[in-house]
Design a protein around this ligand. Structure first.
Ligand SMILES: [Fe+2]
Ligand SMILES: [Fe+2]
Length: 487
């Protein structure tokens, strides 16, 4: 399953975006058909037209990919293994289709290219009827009736647990790793050239930002996992890439287009480019900066603004990125720096990057911060302390994206086990119950094959959750490298 390809000019092409669009069309056509089947007889024009649309929209990917699979997992829907992005425009149709499928115990639909409109008609007419008994019984009944109706090219299966879906994505992780490593090395090259006063190439930069944007659109979880790598020696460069990933992922949640995500990502990746004008002795100093050192350090937003003027290879100077570099420490109440003289409005991109920047900085080990803060505490502080000067709405969206316990958080469970968070719960009401890998048992022994566990899982006998997070803790205390488990 190859979804990311390289075109002739070397740019990353994301075929998952193509599949995503097709998937949403199929979903919309299924919705229209099932709805009209409930209202009108089969011969009705509306029903017939909707059925033709199902066949036509499915045909495109059936012909190209040789198969079509629609699969539900938790709150997600996958179309040929690509997670469909659902927005307000298609959410209602998704909920409608999901309800019908769930009532029949159907979690996946597999279609062969030989399918015809007669088979679609029989299959969908079946689904709009009342389901029989439990989910298990309903599914068996659907399977039986499909067979009786002579439908050979559509098969249905039960829902897969979200846990299984996640463990399948080894390939996505590998792609994320490659993108991450390449981005860090380009940022390092660029910032080093800038430090030496050399010109920098917009082409390479453009490619890196597009690579990150496409990778986030393709598999956000795998890319967010990469931000937990946190290499101490390469802090300045990994920090830039992390802030870019976090900002782009947040922009995606806020409904930005790919083009807007590119602009946002560019500003995020180079928000600290001005630090290449700060002497290394100040940049890497352990302990507090003195007054003069701080004066130089706090000029990095202005330096960044000026340096980005020299970023060639674009139609015009990257104004939005320049603004982001200039404003990212300003704070919404303008108590930060550079000092504000006249009334102004802080740019939307700058507000996003400020949140991503603060989160990554506080959770990382740096020269003057040997013990990083646990991610959940950082989020709480950002949300609850208005004097930090973050945009409250953006922090809220950020917490929703990261979960209360962000990916990479080490937790102590009420069972005495230690676990690393690998993905937030897909259910917004269960943010305190993420998916985790249990890394050691109650006696503190590390598990050679850490199992993936959904913390919202309940004990069938008592109806109570099997495991609950008691508190978060510092991975260094237990010599645990969290990225081994998520990235
Ligand atoms: Fe900064
Ligand atoms: Fe920063």
């Amino acid at each position: 399953m190859m979804m990311v390809t390289r075109s002739e000019d070397g740019l990353i092409q994301d075929t998952s975006a193509l599949l995503s669009g097709e998937g949403r069309k199929v979903l919309a056509a299924l919705y229209a058909t099932m709805r009209s089947l409930r209202l009108y007889p089969l011969e009705n024009q509306v029903v017939q037209r909707a059925l033709a649309e199902v066949e036509a929209s499915a045909r495109i990917s059936l012909n190209r990919e040789g198969r079509l699979q629609l699969r539900l997992a938790g709150d997600f829907v996958f179309f040929n293994d690509v997670r469909l992005r659902l927005d307000l425009g298609n959410y209602a149709s998704f909920v409608f289709v999901r309800k019908i499928l769930e009532a029949h115990g159907v979690g996946s639909i597999d279609v062969n290219p030989a399918v015809d409109i007669r088979e679609w008609t029989s299959f969908l007419s079946l689904l709009v009827q009342e389901p029989e008994g439990t989910a298990q019984q309903a599914l068996e009944s659907v399977q039986q009736r499909i067979q009786q109706a002579g439908v050979e090219n559509i098969a249905v299966g039960p829902a897969a647990a979200l846990v299984d879906t996640l463990s399948l994505s080894e390939e996505a992780k590998e792609a994320a790793r490659r993108t991450y490593a390449r981005s860090v090395s380009v940022v390092k090259d660029v910032m080093t050239s800038v430090r030496l006063g050399k010109a920098w190439s917009g082409r390479r930069v453009k490619r890196v930002v597009l690579g990150i944007v496409d990778q986030v659109l393709h598999d956000e979880a795998a890319m967010l996992g990469m931000t937990t790598l946190r290499d101490y020696d390469e802090y300045t460069f990994t920090h830039s890439v992390n802030v870019c990933i976090l900002s782009v992922a947040l922009g995606q949640k806020l409904g930005f287009s790919r083009h807007q995500l590119f602009d946002l990502g560019l500003g995020a990746l180079f928000h600290d480019v001005g630090k290449s004008r700060v002497p290394l002795s100040v940049l890497n100093k352990e302990g507090r900066l003195d007054k003069e050192e701080w004066r130089v350090m706090s000029q990095h937003p202005e330096f960044g603004l000026i340096l980005l003027f020299d970023l060639h290879g674009f139609e015009e100077p990257p104004y939005r990125a320049m603004l982001t570099a200039y404003e990212h420490h300003m704070r919404t109440d303008f108590t930060g720096y550079p000092r504000v003289v006249r009334d102004r409005w802080m740019g939307f991109f700058s507000r996003i990057v400020a949140v991503a920047d603060a989160f990554d900085a506080a959770t990382s080990k740096r020269s003057y911060q040997y013990i990083p803060f646990p991610p959940d505490e950082v989020l709480r502080e950002m949300r609850d302390n208005p004097s930090r000067g973050f945009d409250a709405t953006i922090v809220k969206a950020f917490v929703n994206m990261m979960g209360i316990y962000p990916v990479g958080t080490l937790c102590i469970l009420d069972t005495g086990e230690l676990a690393v968070v690998v993905a937030p719960s897909p259910n917004p009401e269960e943010l305190h119950r993420p998916l985790v890998r249990v890394v050691s048992d109650a006696s503190g022994r590390k598990l050679p094959e850490p199992p993936l566990v959904d913390l919202s899982e309940e004990d069938a006998a008592t109806g109570r959750p099997v495991r609950t997070i008691v508190k978060t803790t510092d991975p260094d205390k237990y010599s645990i490298t969290v990225s081994d488990y998520v990235a």
